[in-house]
Design a binder for this molecule. Structure first.
Ligand code: ADP
Ligand code: MG
Length: 696
């Protein structure tokens, strides 16, 4: 039903609502209130203590404008029980004139203790002897955007609810009746009506906490739709074919023999899981989660071997050029008999052309950044795609990849055999642990998950200390000691500036300062403004031990692996989030020497910063850190800009609603088995909502 069919909505308003993501009346129904106002009653002023929001009504005793740079309109009222003040910082003088002594006023707003008793600042109010009737239901307050008034949304939603009740939309109940009864939950229709128009005796606390059964009812269907859609996506990919590339145990052993270490139990297990997937003729969709330093690269290499044994190609994408180049070196070492090529944005012109030709012909292993998946990159026979540090990629990049995955790997001469037309590469996604397992299970419900839950042996726990910025001399001493022992140090500058330019400058300043401190040591500098070749040159020199102290911006955050580095100094660590600190710290402690991490901070610390730094000091465990991070920031923030899109819930919150997520998951499994038709309907109903949201 069109919005303009509602009273009070004309063409212009309809367009505005459209821009806001509300395209028809059904959308209005699913546009739920943020909070509620209780205008069903008048509270006497003497009872106001302890209220946050309240409605009062009384007689104006006087109103005046204060003197001073910023005049304030003060209106004093008396309701027979006590006095209070209403204050307006922005006002028109005409308003003051209307607020005459003796006039009746009803006001609603947030009540505070003021200097002269209770006060409300900028209340909503109505003047006059004849006040409108009190509201019968709690008043919903909707999320809105500019140019759309709250009143308009309230009126439109009220009409939508009336229409819903007359059965206009034929909104079908899709959840099993028995389940609703068992869990004492209302039907969808009842739930929607309730949340838009809660009766005056509704439990406001539950509503405000989003834990009212009516809200739970909406959430569970939303979550259910999520799981069902993820499952559907997964099944869709599974129905595509892939090249079965079983591993040859002998070839696997050859690589294992090359390694200077034994795989940990966890690595061996995960490698087996991957090889089992790749032996099948439908695409692997596996996520490998493993803390920093758990040894994901070698797992990736062993996966690649499956493809290589069968003469096919494997590609690996890393989020930064530095990391991709490092992988290039490592993998060249692992695959001396194969052609390993590199492609990133910095490869241009003739070199790029040559690289593209190789990718279409002789290359076996292709390493790079997201440049690997640009439209003109055509693979000879791609059987495996690996994404490293997946949590670092933006959504659009992941989407691009997804599309690439749909392309037949054999399109090079346009004569792909018919039965190969639907073959897609196996895909392996690797991620450190920026999100806790519980959250991962939701965000990656369409993937099989392997966890590397063991670090290589002989790793010493990184010793983390906190140091006030004032204590630089102590720190200088530490750095010198480490370097005297032949070890190396990172010094990370954390200026949180929008511009790469400013960050580079801050790093440059620190670099100059450190050179003054340590005239006899080799100090290096790396930041995002350096040309790729220069970056690479600096990293090479650091790797070769020619640079002792490397000053860096957070560009080194992911993946960089220099085992000889044993000291990590992070400036102004209080500015960084937990997962970023953990990633940075993970640059040391990669060999078997005792490593140290010094978190410098600027006192005084905020409460959250204190908890963050303390957590870093207390634990090296990525899972624990992710858990703490979740507590401090909430899932929205954690999945934040980087992960947005993988989990867009309008009503539900993976942490707060953990129990509902569990229930929904079980329900999804049951429904898929018993009633696939309903599953489709649930997905459609909510996908529409999700798409609308994506426009906002
Ligand atoms: P991640 O990518 O998981 O952070 P890397 O793959 O970079 O970790 O591995 C970290 C370091 O540990 C590397 O230097 C690697 O060679 C080494 N390593 C990996 N697996 C083992 C193992 N089983 N035993 C000893 N060292 C290992
Ligand atoms: Mg890595």
């Amino acid at each position: 039903m069109e919005l303009i069919e509602l009273k009070g909505i004309g063409k212009t308003t309809a367009v505005k609502l459209n821009d806001f993501g509300l395209t028809d009346v059904m959308d209005l129904l699913f546009h739920l209130p943020l909070r509620y106002e209780d205008r069903t009653r008048i509270t006497s002023i003497e009872d106001l203590v302890g209220f946050s929001y309240a409605q009062v009504e009384g007689e104006i005793t006087k109103s005046y404008v204060t003197q001073g740079a910023r005049p304030i309109l003060v209106c004093e009222i008396d309701d027979g029980t006590a006095f209070m003040q209403l204050k307006f910082f922005n006002f028109y003088y005409s308003q003051k004139i209307k607020m005459k002594a003796g006039m009746r006023i009803r006001a609603y707003g947030e009540v505070k203790h003021g200097m002269y008793g209770m006060e409300i600042i900028h209340p909503e109010f109505s003047l006059g002897e004849k006040q409108p009737a009190l509201a019968k239901a709690l008043t919903p307050v909707y999320p809105k955007s500019e140019g759309i008034s709250q009143k308009l949304l309230q009126k439109a939603a009220a009409q939508a609810i009336d229409l819903l009740k007359t059965g206009t939309f034929g909104l079908k109940e899709l959840l099993p009746q028995s389940w609703l009864q068992e869990n004492l939950m209302p039907t969808l229709e009842e739930a929607l009506a309730f949340v838009h128009r809660p009766p005056s005796d509704a439990d406001v606390m539950l509503l405000l906490n989003h834990t009212h059964p009516a809200q739970q009812r909406l959430k569970i269907e939303e979550i259910l739709a999520h799981f069902l859609a993820m499952h559907q996506a997964r099944t869709a990919v599974q129905q595509l074919g892939a090249n079965a590339v079983p591993i040859d145990p002998e070839v696997k052993q050859q690589l294992l023999d090359l390694l200077p270490f034994e795989l940990t139990g966890a690595q061996a297990r995960v490698v087996n899981e991957i090889h089992q997937d790749m032996a099948l003729n439908h695409p692997m969709q596996r996520l490998v989660q493993g803390d920093v330093g758990s040894g994901k690269t070698v797992v990736a290499a062993l996966a690649m071997q499956g493809a290589l044994t069968h003469g096919k190609q494997a590609a690996m994408m890393a989020p930064t050029e530095i990391l991709a180049e490092q992988h290039l070196i490592t993998l060249k070492g692992y695959f001396p008999d194969h052609t390993v090529v590199f492609l990133s944005g910095k490869i241009k012109g003739k070199t790029r052309q040559e690289t593209l030709e190789k990718i279409a012909s002789t290359a076996d292993v292709i390493i790079g950044t997201h440049a690997l998946f640009q439209a003109d990159v055509i693979y000879r026979d791609l059987a495996l795609v690996i994404i490293d540090e997946q949590h670092r990629f933006g959504v659009h990049q992941r989407l691009m990849l997804k599309q690439k995955g749909q392309i037949s790997p054999k399109t090079v001469d346009g004569t792909s055999e018919e039965n190969d037309a639907d073959l897609v590469p196996h895909s392996l996604i690797m991620t450190a642990t920026p999100i806790p397992r519980t959250l991962a299970q939701i965000a990656y419900a369409n993937l099989d998950v392997s966890v590397i839950d063991e670090l290589p042996p002989n790793r010493k726990v990184i010793n983390t200390v906190l140091l006030d910025n004032q204590k630089m001399p102590q720190l200088a001493e530490r750095i010198r000691q480490a370097c005297d022992k032949g070890e190396q140090a990172y010094w990370v500058c954390t200026l949180i500036e929008e511009s790469e330019h400013m960050r580079a400058k801050a790093a440059q300043d620190t670099f100059d300062e450190l050179k003054d401190w340590f005239p006899d040591l080799e100090v290096g500098l790396i930041h995002g403004r350096l040309k790729s070749d220069d970056k690479q040159a600096v990293m090479d020199r650091f790797k070769a031990g020619k640079i002792q102290v490397l000053v860096a911006t957070t560009v080194i955050e992911v993946g960089v692996d220099v085992a000889n580095a044993s000291l990590m100094v992070i400036e102004n660590a209080e500015r960084l989030g937990l997962s970023q600190l953990h990633q940075l710290r993970g640059r040391v402690g990669r060999g078997n020497r005792q490593s140290h991490c010094v978190l410098m901070y600027q006192a005084p610390l905020s409460e959250h910063a204190q908890v963050r730094l303390q957590t870093m000091r207390e634990t090296n465990d990525g899972f624990k850190i992710a858990q703490q991070d979740l507590k401090l920031r909430g899932p929205g923030e954690i999945l934040g800009t980087r992960q947005k899109g993988s989990m867009e819930f309008r009503f539900s919150n993976p942490e707060q609603d953990a129990e509902l997520f569990k229930q929904a998951k079980a329900m999804a499994v049951e429904l898929m088995a018993k009633n696939p038709e309903i599953c489709e309907q649930i997905i459609q109903r909510w996908q529409r909502q999700a798409q609308e949201l994506a426009k906002v």
